[in-house]
Design a protein around this ligand. Structure first.
Ligand code: GLN
Length: 485
């Protein structure tokens, strides 16, 4: 049996029947990491020793007859912008390359409380800024389906690790698509929950009004199990919502009869690869054949989403990244003159080109002379974009679209053209601007590369997303295909 191909819920059955031990499982995942990660390069930091200690503790509980949660003993990879007590957390940046947090993010504490083991910290675009993983200060993670291609970004390491069997599930963060797009490129399930559903405490901030932590998994059931572990109010995050705890697995029903699904026509136009569009149309037909009502609809302000996102996100980033000055966090350039010289040299050497570009853009948009014209205007357009969704959700339970206009592109293809890279976010960023939940589920292959279908739901209606995704999954077999590594 190849343990690294199993889902968390399949493994849980084996664990409680004592057919395998958590120690064995964690060793199997480590052997897999050893076997494939020199080609995939998902991990920045591996934490085998700690994971094995955690696994043995779970084995003890099981042998004592104690009840364990479905994630007990399951090795999970954590995006390296999520703080882990005593484990280096770099945000993919040179400026934090020596940073070891003195505390863990709420999501990490919750996973550990559920008995999950931490397999290690995985690669990302520097400060989560990018769509390909190539902006990491350390190395570019590769797509397990074709190692000459990107895994997507910014949570590329999280998606690639799960697709390659180098973790069972993982956590990523999504500010403008950074969970959904790499999930689509790597053929796994990825979900951005509603803004406020998951605590951001301990997530290294990129754009605080858009950032949200969420899971990657090999199927929808595991995605629901991850949500069960990480969702919920946290007094340590002032934007965390006060929702009631719920069991997300209760939504896993093979039934979409009566659901009304809208397909925004702006997400199906020119610029979307025709092969990708065909797969989305096939998915629409599939859901229709299973009893859903599917219609085209409109999100009329979609054209403004990219400039709005890139203004708001960069304005927030320029403020959030001001703290990296060589004094309190991370690396300081030595041998500098006065304190200004130290700040300047530390920041010039510590940040990569894309991060600098964004700090400049954000600072420009926030400057007194430009504020009204750019930042304030972007905030107003954000309201219009959100209103598009509010209107659409009066008629539809859910929206369907492609996740990304294309499949995974070759490494290097878009690196010299930031605008081309930004354009690849067209289907995902509005969801963050509006704060809605979004999910990517495998819906087919083009030339051997996976394609993701995006489901967008009403705020805090993760349940309908899971139900629809689960139904789609039960009636297709894309999630059962693995890259040949
Ligand atoms: N690709 C987008 C960006 O570069 C989204 C990033 C993200 O969601 N963290 O900003």
């Amino acid at each position: 049996m190849q343990l690294f191909l199993l889902t968390a819920h399949e493994i849980h059955e084996l664990l409680i029947k004592k057919e395998i031990s958590a120690e064995e499982l964690n060793k199997a995942i480590y052997a897999r990491i050893e076997a494939v990660d020199d080609r995939i390069q998902a991990y920045i930091t591996r934490t085998a020793g700690k994971a094995l200690d955690q696994a043995r503790a779970v084995d003890k509980q099981i042998s004592n007859g104690e009840k364990v949660t479905p994630l007990a003993g399951i090795p999970i990879a954590i995006k390296d912008n999520i703080c882990t007590d005593g484990i280096k957390t770099t945000a993919g940046s040179k400026i934090l390359s020596n940073y070891t947090p003195p505390y863990s993010a709420t999501v990490v504490k919750k996973l550990e409380a559920a008995g999950a083991t931490i397999a290690g910290k995985v690669n990302l675009d520097e400060f989560a800024m990018g769509s390909s993983n190539e902006n990491s200060a350390f190395f570019a993670t590769r797509n397990p389906w074709d190692t000459s291609r990107v895994p997507g970004g910014s949570s590329g390491g999280s998606a690639a690790a799960v697709a390659a069997g180098a973790a069972v599930c993982s956590l990523g963060s999504d500010t403008g698509g950074s969970i959904r797009q790499p999930a689509s490129f790597c053929g796994v399930v990825g979900m951005k929950p509603t803004y406020g559903a998951v605590s951001r405490y301990g997530l290294i901030a990129y754009a605080s009004s858009l950032d949200q932590i969420g899971p990657f998994a090999r199927d929808v059931t595991d995605c629901a199990l991850m949500l069960n572990a990480i969702c919920g109010h946290d007094p340590l995050d002032s934007t965390s919502a006060k929702q009631r705890a719920m069991d997300y697995t209760s939504f896993l029903k093979d039934d979409v009869r009566g659901l009304k699904l809208g397909v925004p026509e702006e997400y199906m136009v020119e610029g979307i690869d025709p092969d990708v569009r065909d797969l989305v149309i096939k998915a629409m037909e599939k859901l229709e054949s299973l009893g859903a009502v599917v219609e085209y609809t409109t999100l009329p302000h979609t054209d403004y989403a990219l400039p709005t996102y890139y203004l708001i996100a960069q304005a927030e980033a320029s403020s959030n990244l001001a703290r990296y000055d060589g004094v309190r966090y991370g690396v300081r350039t030595e041998g500098t003159g006065d304190v200004m010289d130290m700040f300047m040299k530390t920041r010039s050497e510590g940040f990569g080109a894309e991060v600098k570009r964004r700090i400049l853009l954000g600072t420009y948009a926030l400057a007194a002379a430009n504020y009204d014209h750019y930042y304030l205007k972007a905030l107003k357009v954000r309201t219009l974009i959100k209103e598009d969704f509010v209107q659409a959700f009066k008629r539809y339970d859910l929206l369907l679209s492609p996740v990304s206009p294309t499949t995974a592109f070759p490494i290097g293809e878009k690196m010299d053209d930031p605008l081309q890279m930004y354009l690849s976010d067209i289907c995902t960023i509005s969801v963050n601007l509006a704060g809605m939940p979004g999910l990517s589920i495998p819906c087919g292959f083009v030339g051997g590369l996976p394609v993701g279908l995006q489901l967008i739901g009403r705020p805090f209606d993760e349940g309908t997303l899971l139900r629809t995704a689960y139904t789609f999954e039960q009636n297709t077999d894309y999630h059962k295909q693995y890259p040949d590594l």
